[in-house]
Design a protein around this ligand. Structure first.
Ligand code: RIB
Ligand code: CA
Length: 317
């Protein structure tokens, strides 16, 4: 029985890896893909998404453009992380695919309400589209199985010392999604930063005979540009793809259901506050506990197991 899934992406290097995995895994049925500005401007995200679907040999999957900027913030694309084109300059062939004429919120609504079973939303980007969907069509919440969010962190940040990029880019949207009462699974930096492909494997793929392997190896080999003439060390992180892997191998991760809220003010704006206490504190006696949502958060991962699942699913193991 396959899992009906809609991906919300800001394709980006690791969104691309996630799309490749999702369309290739037999237990995942990708109903559609919604695009949002994040790693790159919206138009670039849409083009990257269409081209990576070609690279995956995917069937005709509806793709729609969503929000061009966050609810309140200006766009803050991280070109130093994913490159000016959002895909590390890989220059995939032009595509004949076209995005839907309707916007992402309308496509999400139609796919969710028309499907004969509850749908899993996989949020791999700033959650602007999902917030707009839940505010515009609250009736869809009852037809969403759960929202798997690549976002947030119970520990270190990346966009800031304490905030993860997807939540930081649109904190209000992340807060609205948490507030929706839809069952939420958080695949945050605590596990995101641990699942990687060895450098020698990436090099071998990039130089190999397999066309998909060359795409994957090239994407894995992209490095963050620290300055005009210095790039970061190789990381090999599969990033967003790990969140999709968690759908088909949940036992490879250790999770806990914990109270979570999004900080919206001060230096910590965009931070996901995760309450890991074993016992409630004095605040319980004095109110304030109601702004938190109970979220299943991934706190540990068998990283080699997920990395192997990723490569095996793409036929690159
Ligand atoms: O913080 C990592 C997340 O931000 C990933 O989804 C990456 O693609 C960027 O969107
Ligand atoms: Ca992403």
């Amino acid at each position: 029985m396959s899992i009906p899934v809609i991906l919300d992406v800001d394709t980006g290097i690791d969104d691309a890896l996630a799309i490749l995995f999702a369309v290739r895994h037999p237990a995942i049925d990708v109903l559609g893909v919604s695009c949002v500005a994040g790693n790159a401007p919206l138009a670039q995200v849409v083009d990257n998404t269409l081209r990576i679907l070609d690279a995956a040999g995917a069937p005709e999957i509806p793709v729609a453009a969503g929000a061009a900027r966050p609810l309140l913030e200006n766009p803050r694309a991280s070109s130093h992380v994913h490159g000016a084109d959002g895909l590390g300059g890989i220059s995939l062939p032009p595509t004949r695919r076209r995005a839907e004429s309707v916007g992402a919120v309308e496509l999400l609504r139609r796919l969710i309400l028309d499907h004969d079973a509850p749908v899993t939303l996989v949020a791999l980007a700033p959650q602007t589209n999902l917030a707009l969907l839940l505010r515009t069509y609250p009736e869809v919440a009852g037809r969403i199985e759960r929202i798997v969010v690549m976002g947030g962190s119970a520990s270190v940040g990346n966009a800031t010392a304490v905030a993860e990029f997807n939540v930081w880019h649109d904190p209000e949207a992340a807060a609205i999604v948490l507030d929706s009462d839809v069952r939420t699974y958080m695949y945050g930096l605590d596990v995101f930063n641990r699942v990687a492909i060895d450098h020698d494997v990436a090099v071998s793929l990039e130089r190999g005979d397999d066309a998909l392997g060359r795409v994957v190896g090239t994407l894995l080999g992209h490095r963050i540009q620290l300055s005009a003439d210095e790039s970061a060390e190789y990381t090999g992180l599969i990033g967003d793809a790990g969140a999709v892997c968690s759908l088909v191998d949940p036992l490879a991760l250790r999770t806990e259901v914990r109270p979570v809220r999004v900080e919206l003010a001060g230096y910590g704006r965009g931070q996901t506050l995760v309450d890991l206490r074993r016992f409630p504190g004095e605040e319980m006696l004095h109110g304030g506990a109601d702004e938190w949502a109970n979220v299943e958060i991934a706190l540990d991962v068998d990283a080699p197991r997920i990395a192997r699942l990723f490569l095996d699913t793409l036929g690159l193991g």
